[in-house]
Design a protein around this ligand. Sequence first.
Ligand SMILES: [Zn+2]
Length: 256
Amino acid sequence: MHKLFVATLGVASLASVGCANANLFTVEDDIELGQQLSDEIAASPDDYPVIARADAPDAYTELERIKNSVLSSDDIVYRDEFAWELKIIDDDETLNAFAAPGGFMYVYTGLIRFLDREDDLAGVLGHEIAHADRRHSTEQLTKAYGISALIAVLLGDDPGLLAELAAGLASLQFSRTDESEADAWSVRYLCDTDYAANGAAEFFRKLDGASVPAFLSTHPNPENRVEAIDALALELGCSTEAYGEGRYQQLLDGLP
Ligand SMILES: [Zn+2]
């Protein structure tokens, strides 16, 4: 499928656009779009106060150890192709994490501080890794921008358009199906590690009682997500024993 896109820049594969999960972009496009978005974020410190590695080396070391554990799952399709870069955004008020295509990921200090266990952060990272690895962003872009705009990008007719698409990525909403799929992959990834496979559910459990952040308001009901995550972990026979409880403090202590 991807080979066809690479070889023909999408034109010959137009026939496949009608199907449900059409993605007109190549894997290389995912990486290029993600890199562009990452560059824009780096150039917008007022909106995205990214913490430099030099300012929190211990936090980055801990975070990367957790990230690499999740990435060790053999369910990751683009482990060798994508960047799998993870940066911390200094904003204690924001309970969020997000992933640009190509594996450029961000996690807010608000989310890190909100959680108590490595397992739970691993679950959230698994969810974000899944959005990138299953290429949800470029799938949504294909839907949002229509075929003619994307053909122009693919043919190189409109160089400005790729930058515009990268900018559009920041406000792109994933579908409920994408969210459920990312939750399910998070369980599968963590099942291959020492972490509790249902770590992603803990975020939603903890939210219970706290006000639901705006970014979740259009997402599947948190209760349903907890149930679905727990049920899948059980069905797959994965461990749900907490593994990384003791070490989480090191990550917290490493934050500025
Ligand atoms: Zn998501």
